[in-house]
Design a protein around this ligand. Sequence first.
Ligand code: 5AD
Ligand code: SF4
Length: 425
Amino acid sequence: MCYAIPGKLVEIKKNIGIVDYFGEKKNVLLDYGNAKVGDYIYAQGGILVNTISKREALEILETWKELFFELKKTDEKLAEIEASPSSKNLLAVLQEVNLNKTLTKDELLYLFALKGKNNLRLLYETANNIRQKTHGNACCVHGILEFSNVCENNCFYCGIRKERKLKRYRMGVSEIIDAAKYACGELGFKALVLQSGEDNWYTEDKLTTIVSAIRKLGVLVFLSIGQRNKTTYKRLYEAGSRAALLRFETSNKEIFETLRPGTTLASRLELIRYLKELGFILATGFISGLPGETSEDVINNILLTKSLKPDMHSFGPFIPAQDTPLKDHATIRPDEMLKTIAISRLIDKDSNILVTTALETLEKEAKRKALLAGANSLMINVTPKAYKNLYRIYDGRVDKDINKNIKETIAILRSLGRAPADLGL
Ligand code: 5AD
Ligand code: SF4
């Protein structure tokens, strides 16, 4: 099964390749390998990750041919704006978005405070319309493998913090590589997120072995391993990883330093900026609903995310975890997350926006609702059954069988007219 459509490389300009997908041209970075004009390739996050034989490509494209255009039509229809506004002020703000004006903080706060079915519908529809115009119907579907729930930190909000009594696991190096082979081979993922707590048992050497082996599978290796040394990240980039997920968690320095003892917002931001400088595809963002947070903090979080120039926004709701200092702190309402998604889309048209599993825990219909409010990326958990339930960063995580989850996700994407593919930059 495939989550990305192969395209044909039709032109090369320096290190940029122009790829044809059923007549639609996209740019991809020719970062590794030596693909030639005429080759069929897979791209992830705008980077060429693999070439495949013409025979295999044509076979896949044959099955996609009609569906590709059908899906596009469905998406275009669903992206039309139908809601009738009940507020002149809202219309005026959305008009500024259409004119590519930068919204003021007051305007962003106004959008975040928006109420009423019609107004919210208009906000979400506008965000979805922008998503459709800027990204078309492509939707990244990355696999995520949680390879260790050991963490040396004690973040107050997190269910795998060091002090929590919890059964811990570490997947061995070859066990991780085998799980990646299954996810990328059998299940067909073209991008794999490797996630863990901050666990120095995985030395630079071990991580390098893992990254090089998975890179050889012809997929995008996406790191989510927390704050490690700059030199470690540099080596992992050289070993073939091209994407990194590191949230700054909150833009509020006081909240950050209270909830993440022993760490500073400044050093986290410095590392995030460094990852971007190294050339990683960058995913970053925050947790919404931490204690003490105001609406202004949420808007600051959205603005800080944008200022880091991420390729992907990754933010999700705080959900309490047992035996942690924040076990009794309430979570936020799903519509606040949907508003956050829509506002992020209005102010950062080009970036990808992820629907997080935490949102799916809060709201059963999260994927559909979020994809219709400006989001365009998903992750599917491919952690082996034996470990999945132990990666308890928060309580009540949706635990679906991998194959069932893939099936349901594809069904949702089809019904929304989205192609589970990454069609490049
Ligand atoms: N609720 C939601 N997200 C959480 N994370 C950690 N703890 C929680 C929680 N209780 C998120 C953090 C971290 C990511 C791996 O998980 O944002 O960066
Ligand atoms: Fe560790 Fe990250 Fe959890 Fe903090 S949020 S305890 S760094 S896994």
